[in-house]
Each structure stands twice: as structure tokens, then as C-alpha cells.
Design a protein around this ligand. Structure first.
Ligand code: GTP
Ligand code: MG
Length: 205
């Protein structure tokens, strides 16, 4: 697992506090309680890496994790790689001012962060592509960033229902968006291996 060995670096309230903008970075975004932190833990194979919670709005910072240098296999030096856990957006009990702050900060991050190679968007497979997910897809479209969607909590659906949900989401992707999607579950490990490959492919892009 190339994402094994991830380590907490820092938690930031604004972009200026993030690690130096070099190497390659992939950001994890999604609505509050979608399962972003759980997905990060499953992908890195490190249960306690990112804090998860039953309470939506748990992650109210941008949390940076460093990865071991990623071999590029083309004679280039190993890549300095990071994963960023973005604050969950859209949770009603988070004060309006804070929500506005994060919306602005995430927008600025996606537009300005030069080391950002792509976004992993996490959505609950039972109700994907809500307003905020579409906003993220629009940001990715505007900034030409590829987006890989993890339809998580697939353990809550039958295999057939999950396949149908995936097909529906793929039909909805707009023209021109570099978006891909897959079924995922942090709870039972569904899709973890292909999701790792997708993250590594984004980092190496
Ligand atoms: P915020 O940081 O609050 O935005 O949430 P988050 O998106 O980081 O979600 P988190 O990973 O903390 O998970 C939220 C809740 O969903 C927790 O109770 C998790 O145990 C649960 N959960 C996450 N992933 C899965 C999954 O794949 N299957 C099931 N059944 N539950 C999950
Ligand atoms: Mg979280």
C-alpha cells in the first residue's frame, strides 16, 4: 500500500498555514459526516490517523498528512506527497459565518494551490450529489482538476442498489468534467484497493 505510513503534519484554519506548496497533494472533500476522515483512514491503512465522529462537523480544520516519498519510476526523484482532509461542508449547526469562511477557503484552496493534483470527493452512496457536491464538481471544472468520487457507506446498500447508484451518478456528471466514480466502504473495505490506485494516479499526475 503506497499510502501506508501517512503521518499527521498540521491542522490549519487558513490556506496560508498549510505546508509549503510543493510536491503533490490530493484533497479529500465532502459534506459533513459523509465519511471523509474514515476514508482517509481506510486508504492509509491507519485507523486512528484522521479523527472520525458520529457528530457531523467534526473536522473544522484543513488537516495535512504527509506520505512517504512516492516513487515515480521514470527516473525522476521520489515525489513529496500529501493528503489534505478538508472540513466537511454544509452542516446546518455550524454557524453561518464559519460555513462562509470554509466555502471561501476551499474555493481559494482549489484555485490557488499549485501542488494540488486532484480531489477525492466523498459522498454517502444513499444520497450523493447534493448541492455542495455539485459545487465541488463545478470548482473542479473551473480549475481543471480531476475529481474522483467515492460513493461510500456502500455496506448500507445491497450490491445491486450500489451498482444502480453508481450508474445514476455517472449519468449525472457534466460534460467536460474530469470525473470518475466508484463504490466504496470504509466499514467493509469495498473499493479500497481501486481507490488507493486512483489517489496514487492523481498524485503522480
Ligand atoms: P466531518 O469531519 O464531520 O465532516 O465528517 P467526516 O466526513 O470526516 O465523516 P467521518 O469519517 O467522521 O464519519 C462519519 C460517520 O460515518 C461515523 O460515524 C463513521 O463511523 C461513519 N462511517 C464512515 N464511513 C462509513 C462506511 O463506509 N460505512 C458505514 N456504515 N459507516 C461509515
Ligand atoms: Mg472528518
Amino acid at each position: 500500500n503506497p499510502l501506508n505510513g501517512a503521518q499527521f503534519v498540521l491542522a490549519a484554519h487558513r490556506i496560508s498555514q498549510l505546508p509549503a506548496d510543493r510536491g503533490a497533494e490530493v484533497a479529500f472533500a465532502g459534506r459533513s459526516n459523509a465519511g471523509k476522515s474514515s476514508a482517509l483512514n481506510a486508504l492509509t491503512g491507519h485507523k486512528g490517523l484522521a479523527r472520525t465522529s458520529k457528530t457531523p462537523g467534526r473536522t473544522q480544520q484543513m488537516v495535512a498528512f504527509s506520505l512517504p516519498p512516492l516513487a515515480q519510476g521514470d527516473g525522476n526523484a521520489p515525489l513529496d506527497a500529501r493528503l489534505i482532509d478538508l472540513p466537511g461542508y454544509g452542516y446546518a449547526k455550524v454557524p453561518e459565518e464559519l460555513r462562509a469562511h470554509w466555502k471561501q477557503e476551499i474555493d481559494a484552496y482549489l484555485h490557488q494551490r499549485r501542488s494540488l493534483r486532484g480531489v477525492v470527493l466523498i459522498a454517502d452512496i444513499r444520497h450523493p450529489l447534493k448541492e455542495f457536491d455539485r459545487m465541488m464538481l463545478d470548482f473542479c471544472f473551473e480549475t481543471n482538476l480531476p475529481c474522483h468520487l467515492l460513493l461510500t457507506k456502500a455496506d448500507k446498500l445491497s450490491r445491486n442498489q450500489a451498482t444502480q447508484a453508481l450508474a445514476a451518478v455517472r449519468r449525472e456528471f457534466g460534460e467536460g468534467v474530469q470525473a470518475s466514480a466508484q463504490v466504496f466502504s470504509s466499514a467493509d473495505g469495498t473499493g479500497v484497493e481501486p481507490a488507493r490506485e486512483a489517489v496514487v494516479a492523481l498524485l503522480r499526475r
